[in-house]
Ligand binder design. Sequence first.
Ligand code: EPU
Length: 419
Amino acid sequence: MSGVLIGKPANLKGTVKISGAKNAAIPLICAALLAKGKVLLKNVPQIKDIENLLEILRRLDCKVSQKRHRLKIDNTNLKYQPLTFEEVKKMRGSYYLIGVFLTLFSKCEIYLPGGCNIGKRPIDIHLDAFEQLGFSYKIIQDTLFIAKEKELKEVSFRLKNKSVGASLNAIFAALSLSKVTMTNTLFEPEGKDVLTFLQKIGYSIRLCFDELVYEKKPLEFRMISHKMIPDRIEAMTYVVLGLLSGRITVCNVCTEDLELPLELLRTSGYDIVTENKKMIATCSRGSGMNIITEVYPGFPTDLQAIFGVLCAFASTESEITETIFENRFQIYEDLHRVGISVCKENNKILLKPQKFSSDAVVFQAKDLRHGAALCLLGCALFQDVVVENFEYVERGYENFIAKIQSLGGNIERINEKNK
Ligand code: EPU
């Protein structure tokens, strides 16, 4: 278990460079197994989820070599193996290997992937898509066995619900067929980055609104290099940190992927300036917000807890509705512990800022974004704060401690022991 100690707030100042997007990196690395030729991925974040995924690839005899943010993948000797509990329990994104395996090996055996504690997170939409593509499955004691049942050539179907993961997994599984048309797909900026990569490695894919069409063409051997998009959630995490405690320039970002959260901050009176690939966030007290999480381009669920912390310091009340994951409200219990008035009604939180209580507090991160939100809270409170289970944060944020320290933040690691 590892934790961080966050001391009294400093006036954070400086520039922070945003890393590549976790939610693009995971499927991109899996998609690299579908290339005919070597792949160089650039701007790969150095985070725990990627380390875990690369471990799996090595066990499958895939050659991977990493130099800082550049990752070379050579899948020449890739071999089929069942994916075990130990390998997949730590990261939900390992489910992308199912679609990839179905195209490469026509089968997959995998322990049902784990991940953050943010809700039930079934994979029924993925499974339904695999069935439409001619695969059949059974689940025995939490292990999924799936294999080709029908040799289909052309398939046209609708994903049974909107899902980021299922849309990508379905296209990964579709690539051995001749022609596939899927509707009701959902590709956020990270998913679109993966589609661009698939096109670069030679797959013929067209996306028009939510309809995706794939047509098989012979793959040529090529060397591909692809630079992944920056992490919009990491970027906004540092923006919120700047708004809470200093003046932070957040660089290497795609502001066009963040229009809605930026608009919300501006209309609530926060001091945020965007220029080219930069955002400059200056400590300011805005009014409360009405946040409703939605699929892209709506307000991202991954920012809900982080904005929740900002709302606790606002001048008026906020209303926060979570529509994607049913269990992403842990941060409000913590805010309540430090004196904020919080009222929960189904999937809605009513939050009334009040004077913070001043006892030292120990918090426990329950998932990645909850952990990051707790650290932001710690950076803004006038008391020492400990955030335990910091390994959740390290799953998705590169050098979180070092980046905050470089801004003058009072944060240090404590009590590290391998779990
Ligand atoms: N859902 C189902 N059945 C399915 C798939 C999803 O019921 O088969 C439900 C989910 O339980 C959820 C909703 O549909 O309630 C949306 O899930 P979706 O499949 O769209 O999300 P995901 O692929 O599981 C990815 C990211 C999440 C991010 C969401 C939304 C990865 C590895 N994960 O999850 O990232 O919140 O899209 O943008 O890409 C994070 O980074 O902290 C994180 C949780």
